[in-house]
Write a new protein. Structure first.
Length: 558
C-alpha cells in the first residue's frame, strides 16, 4: 500500500489518514461520506469534495457513504435528491448500498437531544430568533445568558416533548445546547439544536414538526454511520469545536472532522445560494443551463466526467484558500476531447460556392479521417458535389495582405478534397455577396497539386445538397469579471454576450441523427456537443463545449 501511495500526489489529508492507519486508529478503517443538502444541484466545487471523499476511501480499501443531510424540509425536494445521485454516478462513483439520509436518524437524534437535556447540557429557550441574535454578542463582546437558560431538567423535558407534539407555533421555542455564552467562538454560544417548523418533509411527511439544525445533525449522523474521516470545506473549521463537543458529551463514536479549502474558479460563482438566485431570477434557463458550473450544466455543455475528475485530482487538497484559473479546467477538457472527439465539418455562417467545371448531378464520396489522434477511430465518407457551402468569413473580395483564404483569383484547398479557385462573385441588389463561382483542379484530389504548386489556405465545407440544418449555440463565460463577487451585486457582472444562437447552420449529413450527448470537434470552430434537451431527430442543436484556443497551455509555455 505504501509503495502504491508514493505514486499519488501528496496532500495533508492523505498524511493524516496514513498516520491514523499506522497507529491503528479506528482499527485501521477508512470510512468517508459525501453529505449534500438536497436543496439544489451539485456544482464543480462539490465534484472536488466527491473526488476527495470517494478517492481516499477507494485508495485505502475503505468505504464511502452518500448521505443526504435533509434537515430543512422547506428547501429540500426529492427532485434534487435524484439529480444529485445522477450527477455522482456520471462522475463515475458508486456508493453501493450505502445511501443514507439524516432523516433516517431523526428518532435517534431526538433521543440524543433528550440525553443532553437530562445531563443539563441543553435547554428549551423562548427567545425569538432576533433576540437570540441580540443575546449572542459579537466577536469582541461576550454574549449573555437567556433568561430561560436555567430551567429545570424536568421543565425542559416537558417542553421539548410538547414541541415535538406540535403544541407550539413556528418560532415559538427552540432547543439550545448549554455551553458558554462568553466563548471566543460564536458557534459555542449556546447554539440552536432544534427549531419548530410545521412543514412536510420529502421523506418523513408530517411525522415531525421539529427539525434538527445542520450543526446538530451532522456530527451525530457521521457517528451513527461509523465515519472515520469527515471532510468538510474550510468554512466549517470554526464549527469543529461544536462538532467535537456534541460527540464528547454523548460519549459516542467520534469521527475526525478535517477541513480543506473550497474550490474557487475565475469568472465563476460557486455559491449555491447565488446559483439559486440565477435560476429563480431567470438569468439562466435552469440549473442545467450550459453556462452554469453545475455538473448537470457541464454535462449538457459537453464536459466529460474524465476531464472533471482529472481537474479535481490536479488541483488537489490544501488548507489555504486560493482561486484557480478556469483556463486550467478548459485546458484539461481540450486535452481529453482532442483524444476522443471525431473531427467533422460544420459551416456556421454559410456562403454558397458553385464549382462551374464540376459535373452537374455527380456525387463523389471522399474519405475523411475521423480523429488523427486516435488510430482506432477510422475514416468516414463525406459527399462532394458541384454546390457546396463554405464559411462566409473565409472569403474577402478585397483581402488584406496576410489573408490566406479565398478571394477573387486566389486558389485554396478544400479539406479532404480539391483545390478551388474563385472566378466570379455574385451579389444581390443591396451589394451583399450571395454566391461564388469557382473552378476546381481534378488533379488535386489527394490534397496536393501534381505540378508542385502550393496553397496557404485550407477551408472546411459541406455539400449543399446533403448538408443538414442545425442550430448552434456559442457559449462564453457567464461573468465578465475574474471575481464576480467583488461587487455587492454580483449579477451586475453577468456577461450580456454569454450566449449567441446561430440558426441556418449547415453540418455534415451524418450529424443530423447524432445521439444526444455526442461530442465532436467542428474543424476550426472548437468542440461541440449535441444538446440533451432541445435536440430532435433530424433537427440537432449543438452547444459549444470549449473553443480551440488554449490560453492555459500558452501560460505554461510562457
Amino acid at each position: 500500500m505504501a509503495e502504491e501511495n508514493n505514486t499519488k500526489p501528496s496532500n495533508f489529508i492523505r498524511d493524516i489518514i496514513e498516520e491514523d492507519i499506522k497507529n491503528n486508529k479506528n482499527d485501521g478503517r477508512v470510512h468517508t461520506r459525501f453529505p449534500p443538502e438536497p436543496n439544489g444541484y451539485l456544482h464543480i466545487g462539490h465534484a472536488k469534495a466527491i473526488c476527495l471523499d470517494y478517492g481516499l476511501a477507494e485508495e485505502y480499501g475503505g468505504k464511502y457513504n452518500l448521505r443526504f443531510d435533509d434537515t430543512n424540509p422547506v428547501k429540500e425536494e426529492t427532485h434534487y435528491v435524484e439529480m444529485i445521485k445522477k450527477d455522482i454516478r456520471w462522475l463515475g462513483f458508486d456508493w453501493e448500498d450505502r445511501e443514507f439520509y439524516a432523516s433516517d436518524y431523526f428518532d435517534q437524534l431526538y433521543e440524543f437531544a433528550v440525553r443532553l437535556i437530562r445531563d443539563g447540557r441543553a435547554y428549551v429557550d423562548d427567545l425569538s430568533a432576533e433576540e437570540i441574535k441580540e443575546y449572542r454578542g459579537t466577536l469582541t463582546e461576550p454574549g449573555k445568558n437567556s433568561p430561560w437558560r436555567d430551567r429545570t431538567v424536568e421543565e425542559n423535558l416537558d417542553l421539548f416533548e410538547r414541541m415535538k407534539a406540535g403544541e407550539f407555533p413556528d418560532g415559538a421555542r427552540v432547543l439550545r445546547a448549554k455551553i458558554d455564552m462568553a466563548s471566543g467562538n460564536l458557534n459555542m454560544r449556546d447554539p440552536v439544536m432544534y427549531r419548530i417548523l410545521h412543514a412536510a418533509h420529502h421523506r418523513t411527511g408530517d411525522k415531525w414538526c421539529i427539525y434538527p439544525m445542520y450543526d446538530w445533525a451532522h456530527g451525530q449522523s457521521d457517528s451513527i454511520e461509523g465515519i472515520t474521516h469527515s471532510m468538510c470545506d474550510i468554512s466549517f473549521e470554526d464549527h469543529r469545536p461544536l462538532y467535537d463537543w456534541f460527540l464528547d458529551q454523548l460519549g459516542i463514536h467520534h469521527p475526525q472532522q478535517i477541513e480543506f479549502a473550497r474550490l474557487n474558479l475565475t469568472y465563476t460563482v460557486l455559491s449555491k445560494r447565488k446559483l439559486i438566485q440565477l435560476v429563480k431570477g431567470e438569468r439562466v434557463s435552469g440549473w442545467d443551463d450550459p453556462r452554469m458550473p453545475t455538473l448537470s450544466g457541464l454535462r449538457r455543455r459537453g464536459y466529460t466526467s474524465e476531464a472533471v475528475r482529472c481537474f479535481c485530482d490536479r488541483i488537489g487538497a490544501a488548507k489555504r484558500e486560493s482561486i484557480v484559473d478556469v483556463a486550467l479546467l478548459e485546458h484539461i477538457l481540450r486535452d481529453d476531447l482532442n483524444k476522443s472527439a471525431p473531427r467533422v465539418m460544420a459551416v456556421l455562417n454559410p456562403l454558397k460556392v458553385i464549382i462551374d467545371n464540376y459535373p452537374e448531378g455527380k456525387v463523389e464520396e471522399l474519405e475523411a479521417v475521423n480523429n488523427p489522434e486516435d488510430p482506432e477511430a477510422g475514416t468516414r465518407k463525406i459527399p462532394f458535389t458541384r454546390e457546396i457551402y463554405i464559411e462566409r468569413d473565409d472569403f474577402l473580395e478585397d483581402p488584406p495582405k496576410k489573408f490566406f483564404r479565398l478571394s477573387p483569383g486566389r486558389e485554396v484547398r478544400l479539406k479532404h478534397a480539391y483545390f478551388i479557385k474563385c472566378e466570379k462573385v455574385v451579389k444581390d441588389d443591396r451589394g451583399e455577396i450571395v454566391e461564388l463561382h469557382c473552378t476546381y483542379d481534378p488533379a488535386t484530389k489527394s490534397g496536393e497539386a501534381t505540378d508542385g504548386r502550393k496553397v496557404k489556405g485550407t477551408l472546411h465545407w459541406v455539400s449543399a445538397a446533403h448538408a443538414a440544418d442545425a442550430v448552434v449555440r456559442l457559449y462564453d463565460r457567464l461573468f465578465i469579471k475574474e471575481n464576480p463577487l467583488e461587487d455587492e451585486d454580483f449579477m451586475s457582472n453577468l456577461n450580456p454576450d454569454s450566449l449567441e444562437i446561430l440558426t441556418g447552420c449547415k453540418v455534415e449529413p451524418s450529424l443530423s441523427e447524432a445521439p444526444v450527448g455526442s461530442r465532436f470537434q467542428f474543424l476550426r470552430h472548437g468542440y461541440f456537443c449535441v444538446d440533451s434537451t432541445d435536440s430532435k431527430p433530424g433537427a440537432p442543436v449543438f452547444n459549444r463545449t470549449v473553443g480551440l484556443r488554449d490560453s492555459w497551455a500558452k501560460i505554461q509555455q510562457g
